[in-house]
Write a protein that binds this ligand. Structure first.
Ligand SMILES: [Zn+2]
Length: 312
């Protein structure tokens, strides 16, 4: 799927003329970064320095900057397509601009290479752990709390392992700990990954849902295979992949309903993401119907537990 239009690097570049009251390139760079919501004290190390983009989780490292000289610096924010040159004296400094362009290209290449290496290492670990692991223990504290059988989950020590596939290939694992916290393998691939409960071969109806327990609850209730996206942000991508694989199947997108969010002025992201995913592949949309007066349920696993009288 090619959805992004090719853009020349020049077109996405802006050149920031530092305000005249800045006396150092560090200060000029700090101001330019602040315009993108990034607060930091730049260091003139001459090397690439990373920082966290403000709109992504902590530790994302999606930003970079480099101070080339006392007069010129450049920075970028990876996923926002931000790529800027900052010069201390005057806006037209072709040499600094060329240097920054080269830097951005080098940084991108290095980052791609590192990401691929880390992804390959994580996939190798995932395959090894998956092969070594035993079946999920039905009395695992998290499963017991959720009142769900392990299905195809496996277990390594106290961790339940949920396999994550891309085009049938195991690339990552989600580790589920007894307290319910979930972590994928560090560096492991997340784009396009999906997991599954049930069997897709010959399936006429397939559900797509966020998260394993939610998917398991749907499988218990409806008996058809459920493809699992990690969370709402991956629903559409997973839905599109599934539609390509099963062009004829009846696909239902099962959304989470974060019905408490609008009261706090926030969008109901679960519902919005599910609707987008359904529209993208012409699928049916299914939202949980909550128990009367219930304020805490957000997904199908919660509703099931509420009805069974368990705690979430
Ligand atoms: Zn409830």
């Amino acid at each position: 799927m090619e959805t992004t239009k090719a853009r020349s690097p020049e077109r996405s570049r802006t050149h920031t003329k530092a305000p005249l009251n800045h006396t150092t390139i560090e200060a000029a760079l700090a101001v330019s970064l602040a315009r993108h919501g990034v607060t930091l004290a730049p260091r003139a190390s001459g090397r690439f320095e990373r920082f966290d983009a403000p709109d992504k989780p902590k530790g994302n490292g999606n930003g970079w900057y480099r101070i080339h000289s006392p007069l010129a610096a450049s920075f970028g924010i990876w996923h926002q397509d931000v790529n800027e040159v900052v010069t201390l004296h005057g806006a037209s400094d072709p040499e600094a601009a060329a240097q920054a362009r080269l830097d951005a290209m080098r940084y991108r290449e290095r980052r791609d290479r590192e990401r691929q290496q880390r992804g390959a290492q994580a996939a190798e670990k995932a395959r090894r752990w998956w092969a070594e692991a035993g079946p999920g223990d039905p009395s695992h504290p998290w499963l017991a709390r959720k009142r769900l059988p392990p299905h195809a989950l496996r277990q390594r020590g106290e961790m339940l392992l949920m396999p994550m596939y891309v085009e049938g290939e195991l690339v990552n694992l989600e580790r589920i700990f007894p307290d319910g916290s979930k972590r994928t393998l560090p560096g492991g691939r997340l784009e396009g990954v999906a997991s599954l409960i049930g069997d897709l071969s010959g399936a006429e109806r397939v559900l797509v849902a966020e998260g394993w327990s939610n998917a398991a609850a749907l499988y218990e209730a409806m008996g058809c295979p459920v493809v699992i996206a990690r969370n709402f942000a991956y629903l559409e991508e997973v839905a599109i992949g599934l539609r390509q694989r099963l062009p004829e199947a009846e696909i239902t997108i099962c959304g989470n309903d974060y019905h408490h969010l609008p009261a706090h002025g926030l969008p109901n992201i679960g519902r919005v993401a599910a609707r987008h995913a359904a529209l993208a592949i012409d699928a049916t949309l299914l939202m949980p119907s909550f128990c009367e007066g219930c304020k805490t349920c957000t997904d199908f696993a919660d509703v099931r537990l509420c009805r069974l009288g368990g705690d979430k």
